[in-house]
Every structure is written in C-alpha cells, then in structure tokens.
Design a protein around this ligand. Structure first.
Ligand SMILES: [Zn+2]
Ligand SMILES: [Zn+2]
Length: 123
C-alpha cells in the first residue's frame, strides 16, 4: 500500500462520520502537504472498487466515503445534511417476502430532521 493510500484509509477509519473527497483532501493535506486532489480521487476510486471502502451516493448531497463496507442504510438530516448509519438487518428479508422473489440489492436513504436540528427549531 502506498503512503498516500495508507493516509487516506487512516483518515476514514479515524472519522466517526462519512467524509466527502474534499474533506478527506483537507485532512490529508494537514499531514501530507504535497498530496494532490487527483491522488485522493484515484485512491478513493481504487479502494471503492477493491471493496475496502464504500462510496455513498445520495441525490443532492456530495458523494461520501464510508469505512463501513457491510450492507447498511442511511439517515439523512434535511436540516444540516448530516448522514447517520442505520442497520435494518431484516429489511431485505421483508422485501423478499413481500415481493415473493430474491432481491439483488436495494438503496435506502431515510430523510429526517436530526435531534439537534429539532432542538434548534424549537428555540
Ligand atoms: Zn440536522
Ligand atoms: Zn454508512
């Protein structure tokens, strides 16, 4: 693994949220000032293809990268844009039961207003 890739991976692993390529670039530059945006993109794409990380695409939001590669779904706050993981282990089975056939995959983004935004609204 190249030094650059190691750095990008460690940034993702240390973060407790989903990071955009821009955010990863910013954090990587703090440790490796010479790193280029193209290097970030190339490594993110390669790691995504290798299944080491997961690219997350949600309409209207910049693509994010996720260190969690097991299947899971996402909650998106329409107030602040924060993305949170949700685990719905039985949903695939429910879909299959309802459809009466096996499914390949599904993508689910649940829109909501996060507790923080809810609190701010109330003030
Ligand atoms: Zn929010
Ligand atoms: Zn996630």
């Amino acid at each position: 693994m190249t030094k650059q890739r190691e750095l990008i991976l460690s940034i993702l692993k240390q973060s407790d949220r989903h990071l955009t390529a821009d955010e990863i670039f910013f954090l990587a530059k703090l440790k490796m000032p010479s790193i280029a945006m193209a290097t970030i993109y190339n490594n993110l794409n390669a790691m995504n293809e290798a299944g080491m990380i997961n690219r997350l695409h949600i309409d209207g939001v910049a693509d994010c990268f996720d260190k969690i590669t097991e299947p899971h779904d996402h909650l998106l706050c329409d107030g602040c844009g924060k993305i949170t993981d949700i685990h719905l282990p039985t949903l695939s089975q429910q879909l299959e039961t309802t459809l009466g056939t096996e499914i390949e995959d599904y993508e689910l983004t649940v829109h909501y207003i996060c507790p923080e935004c809810r609190r701010k609204k109330r003030r």
